[in-house]
Write a protein that binds this ligand. Structure first.
Ligand code: C2E
Ligand code: CA
Ligand code: CA
Length: 635
């Protein structure tokens, strides 16, 4: 005797699930739609099974009724594996990756099954009734094989994309597949126990309450997808190696307007903007990335429209935005990002969304490809810096400094070197400003300081004529209150005094009037560190102010020397600069000396020290010691 109660229970549960599904407000994604289809296929299969059961022994004239019901059951039930696989594909995002051809092959087995079922009342290949008794047809195993095929595909996707499926989701999938397999086995062993549908309905309810219950995918204000959804969507697509586009709309002065007109009003404005974007490109591509940043994600065919969308946005935001009779003049940036060309990781993307670094002249501007490339380079450098700090692969090179009077090398400047596996040699001129912005300069500076101490204490530099090492100090380092304390401890650790290190700060740093900065400088001076003023002549600071600041050495920037070689007027400036500094009783270094003529020029003008490629480039410690020995003690 067939037990039908499980199927009745399945129908009840599924009706409940469908009810819950429609209570949810926002469910417009393809994922949601496929899920709903799966619920309906479960419901129809249940109805078919129950109908078939109760009409099997019906009146002779109505023998077609159980056949219709059974066909319905078979049809709906065999649709499920296909729907479920499609559901997994959409959830992972790989449906966007596959070409049209793939879908022909993907749907083919299911279509074969369904055709066999629909023709079975005539062909009797799948099932048939003989005097009200249900019989399996010879091709029944085809249906099972097709189902197994889709299950295998599910397994493949879950294993292959394991890294991008959230653990909870994965657990649900695996539960589903296993319970489906078990129920099939049970049903094969005990044909009267119709539990397949029951198990399916329970698991669907389970999915509804877990994966599909993502009420947090929308932004509460603008009712489009929120930032988190945006990030998840991109994570999926980047990991799936998709090529797609993102159009970013950054409204720069939204904060200002919030202050001016109040939170409520601006929320309404943001809502209007979101709706505008939805009408422009479709609701399922619009994301609110917060703080006045909106994004559109365009896959496949949508990409050809991106140029038009950018143009429309540009035109729209070139005009004032009118809301409740108030006209708002937005400052906006529109940016088309090609993934992965312009951003190949989620970090890159987050960076592009949150950055204020796009420099633009006009109120409304379209961010150009070069700017995106710069941002990507910057991000790559940030990664390289962090990696170098983590793996301790930064190097310090030393560039000898020549004492004109003694005709000897008496000091050296410590210069940091970043050599990255992917980027190769990165110039400090490029990465130091980035490190200053993200704060890693503090660790870099400390590393260089320690290396300078290290070489001084280990290599007996005094014996070869080196009196001290120059270390560059960034303003950002000086904003740390305990910098002097840290330097003191480091010196003590190496058994050195502050006389072995001379700190270089640039002209632009020296005029920093912030209290912490000034206090740190005072503390360092209190520890008897001496200071050089670096890059003198590149800023436009007031000379008297600078010279009041107790520098022992002024380093004239290389650009001043190089100009002086070219033009008489620049030579006059160099001559007078040197004269003025000498009259103040300060020592002078000229850097960037590349030729004998340059050296002779600056020596004739009375410069005290020279630094430049003419003597030696910055080199690793061993080479520096080698060079200095040879130079100072020629045999
Ligand atoms: P800087 O402090 O002015 O350092 C001198 C720069 O001039 C060095 O560039 C050096 O290699 C280069 N140089 C010296 N002589 C010559 C020459 O004859 N010809 C030419 N063409 N160049 C010469 P480098 O090492 O690329 O460093 C660039 C800048 O990066 C430095 O300019 C400094 O501002 C910064 N920097 C380097 N290391 C550090 C560091 O450890 N800490 C901080 N805060 N900044 C650093
Ligand atoms: Ca320097
Ligand atoms: Ca310099």
């Amino acid at each position: 005797m067939t037990i039908i109660h499980y199927d009745i229970a399945a129908v009840v549960i599924t009706v409940l699930s469908i009810f819950v599904y429609f209570r949810k407000k926002e469910a417009s994604k393809l994922q949601n739609k496929i899920f709903l289809a799966t619920l309906f296929s479960c419901l129809l299969a249940g109805i078919g099974a129950i109908g078939g059961f109760y009409t099997a022994n019906g009146r002779p004239g109505l023998s077609f009724v159980p056949v219709v019901f059974t066909s319905l059951y078979m049809f709906a039930h065999n649709l499920t594996p296909l729907l479920f696989t499609a559901y997994i594909m959409v959830l992972i995002g790989i449906n966007k990756k596959h070409k049209k051809k793939f879908f022909f092959i993907f749907f083919a087995p299911a279509i074969l099954s369904l055709l066999l079922i629909l023709t079975s009342p005539f062909s009797k290949l799948i099932f048939y009734y003989t005097s009200s008794v249900y019989n399996r047809g010879p091709l029944m195993p085809v249906l099972y094989s097709v189902a197994v095929l889709y299950f295998l595909l599910d397994f493949y996707y879950i294993i292959r994309y394991h890294s991008i499926i959230p653990n909870s989701t994965e657990a649900v999938f695996v539960t589903f597949i296993f319970s489906a397999l078990i129920s099939v086995v049970v049903q094969m062993l005990f044909p009267s126990m119709l539990i397949e549908l029951f198990v399916q309905s329970v698991v669907l309810l389970f999915i509804l309450l877990t994966i599909e219950n993502n009420g947090e995918i929308y932004n509460g204000t603008t009712h489009v997808y929120n930032r988190r959804t945006f990030l998840l969507e991109n994570l999926k697509s980047i990991e799936g190696n998709l090529t797609y586009q993102i159009i970013l709309l950054k409204i720069l002065n939204i904060r200002y307007f919030t202050k001016m007109f109040g939170f409520r009003f601006i929320q309404e404005v943001l809502q209007d903007i979101a709706s505008y974007l939805c009408t422009l490109a479709g609701k399922d591509v619009v994301y609110d990335c917060e703080n006045g940043n909106f994004a559109l994600i365009l896959y496949r065919d949508m990409q050809v429209k991106s140029g038009d969308i950018v143009d429309s946005l540009y035109r729209k935001f070139s005009h004032e935005w009118i809301s409740h009779d108030i006209s708002l003049t937005f400052e906006a940036q529109i940016c088309r990002i090609m993934v992965p060309r312009d951003a190949n990781s989620l970090e890159n993307l987050i960076n592009l969304i949150d950055t204020n670094d796009f420099k633009t002249e006009n109120r409304i501007s379209i961010i150009q490809e070069e700017q995106l490339r710069y941002m990507q380079r910057k991000a790559a450098i940030e990664t390289a810096i962090e990696k170098a700090l983590r793996e301790n692969t930064l190097k310090v090179y030393f560039q000898p400094i020549y004492d004109c009077e003694k005709n000897k090398i008496t000091s050296a400047e410590a210069l940091v070197r970043l050599i990255d596996e992917d980027l190769g040699f990165v110039s400090p001129d490029e990465f130091i400003p980035i490190a200053e912005k993200n704060g890693t300069i503090t660790a870099i500076g400390q590393f260089v300081f320690e290396e300078a101490c290290h070489i001084f204490s280990r290599e007996k530099l005094k014996e070869i004529g080196i009196e001290f090492i120059d270390v560059n100090l960034s303003t950002v380092q000086c904003m740390h209150k305990n910098l002097a304390e840290i330097f003191k401890n480091t010196l003590e650790h190496y058994g050195l005094t502050s006389k072995t290190i001379n700190l270089e700060i640039t002209e632009s740093a020296a005029i920093n009037s912030q209290e912490t900065f000034q206090q740190t400088m005072k503390d360092l001076r209190g520890m008897n560190f001496s200071f050089s003023l670096d890059d003198y002549g590149t800023g436009y600071s007031n000379a008297t102010y600078i010279f009041n600041m107790d520098f022992s050495v002024i380093k004239i920037d290389k650009s001043i020397l190089w100009e002086a070689e070219k033009r008489e007027s620049a030579r006059i400036i160099l001559r007078n600069t040197i004269r003025m500094i000498k009259e103040m009783n300060l020592k002078i270094v000229v850097e960037g000396i590349e030729t004998k003529e340059q050296k002779e020029l600056v020596v004739s003008l009375g410069c005290d020290y020279c630094q430049g490629y003419y003597f030696c480039k910055p080199v690793p410690k061993e080479q520096f010691i080698e060079f200095t020995k040879k130079f100072n003690f020629p045999s």
